[in-house]
Design a protein around this ligand. Sequence first.
Ligand code: EPU
Length: 427
Amino acid sequence: MANESYFRVLGGQSLSGEFLVQGAKNAVLKEMAATILATGEHHFYNVPRIVDVEIMAELLLSMGIKSEWASIDHLVISTPSADDILPLADYELVEKIRASITVLGPLIARLGKAKISMPGGDDFGHRPIDMHLEALSELGVKFTSSHGYIEAEAPSLSSNEISLEFPSHTGTDNVLMAAVLTPGHTIINNAAREPEVIDLGMMLNSMGAHISGLGTSTITVDGVEQLRPANHIVVPDRIDAATAIAAVAMNRGEVMIRRARLAHMEMLVRKLKDTGLDFQIDNDGFVVKASRRLNAVNIATLPYPGIATDYLPLLVSMLACADGDSIVTENLFSGRFKYVDELRRLGANMTTSGHHVAIHGVAFLSGAPVKATDIRAGAALLVAATAAEGETRVIGASHIQRGYQFLAKRLSDLGASVELVEESKSA
Ligand code: EPU
């Protein structure tokens, strides 16, 4: 246990009260990258205090762009003039977060060049960036690669009609951020439709960009010469909201999920109603109620508006204790099942086969040490732990902290017994 922070959880409490949803990680990280596009002071509100935000701030700092917290959720980013931005994203930082690839589009748009290490990411499979590079090439960017770095050169960009092979989330972010300063009319076909992409697009429009079609599969961008700094409230995080829903579902109870937007979670909520959960819209979020053991259901992930891959580990945890057999299918990241072995350590009865998990619901789980391997897998284990009899240690708290702020406290406020044991105390 030495040198590794963990969550200590005592399972079995029913939950009640209010869960305040944080700002969306997968929106704010790209919005931070977008500050490369305009000189001046950018203000972001509802920013989650998560490790990935700190890493993105460090990455920007390494390029000459400074970030400073003005209050608990208000981040100020100061972008110098283009000449003082270093278009280099180095290995150490890029390797830590996938979202770092989204500095590529803005660097190319603003400086006509970029040198960026091949991105790392999560521990759940191969995550190429070929679609990003192909789409940006269609705007006139020339790429070369050597020594683990990709170098982009684009003295001038020209608009085009681009068709993405798959509605890649960060791929769409990158093309969008490159296109806003590209002269002419750019069309992005098969664009990602995630609420976080819409949020980025809305922010860019508020900076002076001309983007239309956000939230549809065809986004069009009319390039402008320059943008002004952003003043933006980050959209609420639907995966954070789903994490609270999963905790309520596994422990029973009734909780107000404040600030959550049900409209961003439509397919998920429809499926969760089939499990027996009840949802009531409230003016600032919704109330979720779980009064009995869940029904088993079959689920498959798809790009938005389908059920997001990021929900799947949470759903697998929930179905571990459902009444009956479920099959879940992961269609985006083939290797995203490492947490299944950990759930088995808690007594879950489930097997994987290719990109499917077959789950035979059990009546109860029992506490054991388990290991988080990525953000969402970690959250799913934490939620399962709140429902497991006795004590569970979720080792690898740092993975969870990459994407969740104050999660132990927010779950404890609902009545769960969750404590973060920091590295220094446990060593
Ligand atoms: N893909 C390619 N080539 C590419 C890009 C993607 O083959 O150039 C494939 C991927 O390998 C994958 C699929 O397309 O099979 C979807 O990938 P996508 O590009 O949409 O995912 P991403 O942009 O890398 C973002 C989120 C993920 C989330 C996915 C899916 C960020 C920083 N990450 O990743 O979030 O799971 O979209 O919605 O926005 C997380 O928050 O924990 C997380 C992993």
